[in-house]
Write a protein that binds this ligand. Sequence first.
Ligand code: NAP
Ligand code: HSE
Length: 436
Amino acid sequence: MDRVIRVGMLGCGTVGGGVASILSRGSADITARAGAEVRVTRVAVRDTGKDRGLSLPAEIFTTDARSVVEADDVDVIVEVMGGRQPASELLRRALELGKPVVTANKELVAHEGPELYAMARTARVDFAYEAAVAGAIPIIKPLKESLAGDRVRRVVGILNGTTNYILTRMTEDGASYGDALAEAQRLGYAEADPTADVGGHDAAAKTAILSSLAFDMAVHDRDVFREGIEGVTATDIGVADRLGYVVKLLGIAHREGDALAVRVYPAFLPKTHPLAAVRDSFNAIYVDAEAAGELMFYGRGAGALPTGSAVVGDLIDVSRNLLQTARGASESIHRPTSLFPVDELQTQYYVLLEVADRPGVLADVARTFGRHDVSIAQVWQDGGGESARLVLITHRAREGSLRDTVEALAETPAVRKVASVLRVEARRCSTRNVNP
Ligand code: NAP
Ligand code: HSE
């Protein structure tokens, strides 16, 4: 086969290295599947002197990323450098030049995806980003193509491997949050600054990308209500376990009429929910669609080869399209973006209070919930004396009402501290038949 698709790579770190090694070891099959040899002809990095352990020739490396984008001997751009800039500027330039793009950059796609999709449509070239959400797991294509004839009701994802690893260690080994985070850092899951993962920013970016595709609206990372796992304690995990739940960091998007309700937070999830079995650093996405029903997508959300697999899959798709002067399916962001107000969301809640152990305290607490129209489903006391704690599970209530309740509880003299507040998600995911 004498046709060659010439690839310019922006970045050659963890994911870029995975891409290069998958391309070299599977080259015969990849050539047959793509219909042409897929060859890396230029690579932009920060440090051209670094030993990357790859079989790419030294002379194709440069620090001038723009020259890679603009080179005549580059047909396709693979962006695996990460970050918003200069990646945004470089990808916009590539699209202006009519060059298709494959990217793993969730931060960029979550921030300016709809604009980049529109640029690619105008340029009549592909913009592919399967690796940007949940690494190896095919979820972009299923939402964009396979489920195009269906109507998605709800998407729930465990989209961050680091936090899932931390919560798994806390659940299965009884580790504290601090110890589990330190272990995640030692194993290379969590960064030295873990904020993007534990603060839910990474999961929010991925949830925004999935929401755009599932609900046909332009959704950006800033549209996603977000809470991280920093406040989750061993006590919360123990209470969840006693009640038949596990604690997971969830990205959730569902329809509320014509609006989209979208958020990321740690929540109690019933042990019977398919996502409850997703352990360690694995990711999974649960999709509930009107005709297809419940679907689960499970796998590795990070790592050189898993993420590289998704990038190379996109690269083969893009190569096939280039050879036929075609482009793949577009995003259909045809609905005006309408976000359901977070305060109006309804779910059950778990609330843990540190209280004084004396007569009338429970009555004061119950009155505070009642005054804000939040009904209590279960309550019990753990411990006594100076270390008395009240555990409460509410019926479904408005987020705004629960927040007002918590603010009032913090001012109640008998309440020493509102120690935890977490949402309790339902097993059934349809918006109509959620919680009892
Ligand atoms: P990484 O290991 O830090 O690699 C980044 C690469 O980009 C390095 O080769 C670096 O060069 C190069 N680079 C950075 N800034 C540059 C600049 N201004 N000009 C030229 N080259 C530049 O990052 P990564 O983990 O592979 O992640 C890459 C992308 O994939 C990110 O968007 C990330 O969110 C996404 N992603 C990563 C994973 C994962 O498991 N790591 C999973 C899913 C998605 P040097 O090597 O010379 O420093
Ligand atoms: N830091 C991410 C995670 C991987 O822990 O899942 C890249 O998206």
